[in-house]
Write a protein that binds this ligand. Structure first.
Ligand code: TYD
Ligand code: MG
Length: 467
């Protein structure tokens, strides 16, 4: 019987499926992301009985129903050495304390940001500490990989490379060689023979990921998947597979700056929103142990419109410089821009300053920037943004020994933020002498005299310290 062929439209950003083409995706609100692809209903495939008897107890999909018995919580054992370190404490923290055997981790990011480099270095570390590692590349030749590897240092453990894009072959090889860790670089180049559409299409990417998931769970192999974030073309982005994998990490950073941030977006084995900071150099990526120092390097002293704020990413405080430039408008419409923070938030804070503090900002252009190209959207930055704006407006520098944090409400009140003590500690560590913080936070703290703490309850009080 001839197979019934049909097509459907998929959003290449998020994988939303529709029977007709649409200009805007109703799920992720992106424009012009629909691509037509063949769909074919087929039986889900399994790994067979050998895999279903594996350590993780994951059934490959074709076990007989009589043999299946749901497990009691008490019957499930957690092995002690289930987690192992990657050799990069920054990465371990984002992963929630190291790699978990049998897990599937997606590493997404723009092309050229350093995903292959990071994973190659991780593979090297793991191989050198005695693990069996397989790196599968669908993008680069063995020679190219060798060239890259020669930059990152010596490998003396069992690290093998394979150039392959056919997932059935990859599955066989993983079954045969049983590596503990495998890397798939990148998911957009892989294909399953059963799916008709081209590699990189939404259905291929999905099918490939689900096959990799079965391999990971069935054989207990930990698999890293590289996913390029694409803006043009018909290549599906990593968001399409976010919901299928255990952990989603995004590698981001300014192409012009050397540092890269690894951000956890989803993690079945730990908390999210942790970040790891790396720096790209001649010998690949190295960890930045003190991001605050890194972010504040090259800070102008005694310049108006620049203040230091303390933001929390996950569990970690990071000091950064907030800059503002307020200049008189030469046209009727004032211009406002925000780089590295939320544009609407900046507009809102300016409205608060106009209404509650009677500053006539409507005649001024305002440009707000988080120095270093980092992106931070935490409300705790509000107070620093307000101070930077006013400092630039009045052309009066803020004392370089001052650090601020606090959320600003619509009536101009300064509201409490979480983890105030960690923020203050970080400020002390970085040698700041004064910290302006929400009064409610100060009331809950026990000052130890290492830094001068000033509690403020509204924006006006805070601005008073500029004078
Ligand atoms: P790559 O890991 O190939 O990016 P991705 O896999 O995310 O597409 O990173 C390539 C970039 O990194 C390239 O611009 C060169 C740079 N790089 C260094 O600066 N130093 C190094 O030691 C290496 C290996 C790469
Ligand atoms: Mg690459």
């Amino acid at each position: 019987m001839a197979k019934a062929k049909s097509t459907a439209f998929f959003c290449k950003e998020c994988g939303y499926e529709s029977s007709k083409w649409m200009g805007q995706c109703p799920a992720c609100r992106e424009w012009n992301t629909f691509v037509e692809e063949p769909v074919e209903k087929k039986k889900p495939r399994g790994l067979g009985p050998s895999a279903s008897r594996s350590l993780s107890g994951y059934s490959g999909g074709d076990r007989r129903i009589e043999t299946i018995r749901p497990a009691l919580l008490s019957e499930i054992s957690i092995e002690e050495n289930d987690r192992f370190p990657t050799g990069f404490p920054e990465l371990d923290r984002v992963l929630g304390g190291g790699i978990v055997g049998g897990s599937l981790v997606l590493v997404g990011g723009d092309p050229g940001i350093g995903k292959s480099t990071l994973l190659l270095q991780v593979c090297r570390n793991l191989a050198n500490s005695g693990h069996k590692v397989l790196y599968i590349s669908g993008e680069e030749s063995l020679k190219q990989i060798k060239l890259r590897a020669s930059r990152i240092g010596e490998v003396y453990g069992e690290l093998r490379f394979l150039c392959e894009t056919n997932l059935s072959t990859i599955e066989e090889i993983i079954k045969r060689d049983k590596p503990e860790i495998a890397v798939i670089d990148s998911i957009q180049t892989m294909f399953c023979e059963e799916v008709e559409s081209a590699p990189g299409s939404v259905s291929q990417v999905r099918e490939s990921t689900s096959l990799l998931m079965q391999i990971a769970k069935g054989l207990g192999t930990m698999i890293f998947i590289v996913g390029h974030v694409t803006k043009e073309g018909v290549v599906a982005g990593p968001r399409v597979l976010e919901h299928m994998v255990d952990t989603v990490l995004y590698f981001e950073g300014d192409r012009h700056a050397a540092y890269r941030i690894l951000r956890g977006v989803k993690n079945r084995f730990g908390s999210t929103n942790e970040i790891g900071v790396f720096e790209m150099g001649e010998q690949g990526l190295s960890e930045v142990e003190n991001p605050s120092e890194y972010m504040l390097s090259g800070r102008p002293e005694d310049a108006s419109g620049a203040v230091v704020a303390c933001s929390i990413e996950g569990t970690r405080p990071i000091l950064l410089e907030v800059q503002a430039l307020v200049t008189e408008t030469s046209f009727g419409m004032p211009r406002r821009t925000a780089t590295g923070t939320d544009y609407n938030r900046v507009n809102l804070l300016m409205a608060v300053l106009e209404k509650r503090c009677r500053y006539d900002l409507a005649r001024f252009d305002a440009y707000v920037n988080i120095a270093g190209g980092i992106r931070m959207n935490e409300p705790a930055l509000d107070l620093a943004i307000v101070m930077a704006l006013i400092s630039s407006y009045k052309d009066r520098p803020v004392d370089p020994g001052v650090i601020l944090f606090g959320e600003v409400g619509l009536s101009g009140e300064v509201r409490a933020v979480t983890m105030a003590e960690q923020r203050v500690k970080e400020a002390v560590k970085m040698g700041f002498s004064t910290c302006i913080l929400p009064k409610t936070c100060l009331d809950r703290m026990k000052p130890d005299g290492s830094i001068r703490l000033i509690g403020v309850s509204n924006v006006r009080e805070a601005i008073g310290y500029l004078e």
